[in-house]
Design a protein around this ligand. Structure first.
Ligand SMILES: [Fe+2]
Length: 330
């Protein structure tokens, strides 16, 4: 007699007196979100959902490439990405499955795939941080394009190798086209923009007065202010350009999964008020489920003026890297 895996599981469970339904299932997540951040949440989810959760951690863009290479043979059930562009790539390469509408509907349509192929879990806004001692509020630029003006010569910081900077440039390409974006990048170089390793080092440099303005994500400043409340740095949002874009960290169900119901249970878990609040508290990111209070001391999500951009279209990272090279930024 040929014993199928299902029959074997049944026989084993019979032998131990457990019912088949009580068996713990395993899902595998490829996570571009850091281990330190999500491990406590996963530990709780394992208990609450009676689910075993395996994780492969890595850089979001690198994991997206791995998922494309592995194709249907991938052991990943879910991709937890740190930006929408990577999710958009997997969507356009047909590696994702549609998410149930009862989950999708928990989040504003701006923050999920129009085709229902990925969903945002938390929001990450681009922002200009500035040194409050060196810059007068009424001098602040109202658009990113103004940063190429002589008054900002040598006073602006960016992090050209950073993933969130790449998403920002991709958004500019989507909103204004390649020629204008290239022109802006070159004008920024010509205006002496200063390169930093990442967003944290930019906010620190702003605190020291080494630069006056910095292009960063919104949550770095509140995170640094936890340990250094007197840091003379504040946040300023431009109006409807890529400088105030809201990106997401979010998830997609991989089409290699055989466990869509368990994966959706887990997505539902990430959208629960307690998980949403966890992200707001731990990272100062914006909860995306309606009615959940935002991070403390941050402008509420509905007070920001982000541009209208389909986040799935932020998927052309190679095109952005090429443009940055062409401009001499990378
Ligand atoms: Fe970041």
């Amino acid at each position: 007699m040929k014993v199928t895996a299902g029959a074997m599981a049944f026989m084993l469970s019979w032998g131990t007196g457990l019912s088949v339904n009580a068996q713990t299932k395993t899902i595998t997540i490829y996570s571009g979100r850091g281990q330190k951040l999500i491990e406590p949440l996963l530990a709780q989810a394992k208990k609450d959902l009676n689910l075993d959760i395996q994780v492969r951690y890595g850089d979001t863009a690198e994991l997206a490439i791995a998922l494309l290479e592995e194709g249907k043979n991938s052991r990943a059930d879910l991709f937890f990405a740190q930006d929408a562009g990577a999710l958009g790539t997997l969507e356009t390469q047909k590696r994702t499955l549609p998410i149930s509408s009862n989950l999708l509907n928990k989040v504003d349509s701006r923050f999920r795939s129009p085709q229902g192929q990925w969903i945002g879990i938390s929001g990450r806004a681009r922002v200009i941080n500035y040194n409050t001692k060196l810059v007068n509020k009424n001098q602040l630029p109202t658009s990113i394009s103004q940063l190429t003006q002589p008054q900002w010569r040598g006073k602006v910081a960016w992090a050209p190798t950073n993933g969130s900077f790449h998403s920002f440039v991709t958004a500019m390409r989507v909103l204004e086209g390649n020629p204008k974006t290239l022109q802006w990048l070159r004008a920024m170089k010509a205006n002496g923009v200063k390169d930093y390793r990442n967003n944290t080092t930019i906010v620190e440099a702003l605190g020291r007065g080494e630069v006056q303005l910095g292009l960063v994500n919104h949550y770095y400043l509140p995170n640094l202010k936890k340990t250094n409340p007197s840091l003379p740095v504040a946040a300023h949002y431009t109006n409807k350009d890529s400088g105030s874009m809201i990106n997401i960290a979010g998830v997609a169900i991989m089409n290699s999964t055989k466990q869509k119901p368990e994966v959706e249970k887990f997505i539902g878990y990430l959208l629960k008020p307690s998980s949403q609040t966890y992200f707001a508290k731990e990272t100062n990111e914006y909860p995306l489920v309606k009615g959940i209070p935002g991070p403390a001391n941050q402008l509420p999500l509905n007070k920001l003026n982000p541009p209208n951009v389909n986040l799935t279209n932020l998927n052309d990272l190679p095109g952005t890297l090429e443009l940055l090279q062409q401009a001499g930024v990378l």
